[in-house]
Design a protein around this ligand. Sequence first.
Ligand code: AMP
Ligand code: ZN
Length: 116
Amino acid sequence: MSDNCLFCKIINGTIPADIVYQDDTVLAFKDINPQAPVHILVIPKRHIATLDDLTEADRADIGHLMERLAHVARAAGVAEKGYRTIINTRAHGGQEVFHIHAHILGGKPIGPMVAR
Ligand code: AMP
Ligand code: ZN
């Protein structure tokens, strides 16, 4: 846990969230400012700031997270038509919350992947 981390506060229940899935190591909840009909964030329960901070010790948790992300997308009903998964890293990647998270965006065509 990291004291001033918004997503750690969601994990420990200090800040409410619309949780759609959780287990021992992963939490998935709806994005508060959805950019598509389905917009879910999938995070590890252990605080890891960015993708660049991953180490070998995180392999099992992140592998599990990706498999659970696919499960969450299926449960949200977007798997058959498809969805986009995004992980933003640091300033140029547009990362605003420094607790690693994967976005699931779906429920409509998300369009071409363009850097703006
Ligand atoms: P990123 O720009 O990749 O760091 O994404 C951060 C995401 O967190 C944004 O899409 C925000 O809308 C979302 N977000 C911020 N605060 C909350 C919150 N309290 N509950 C759910 N999602 C949030
Ligand atoms: Zn955190």
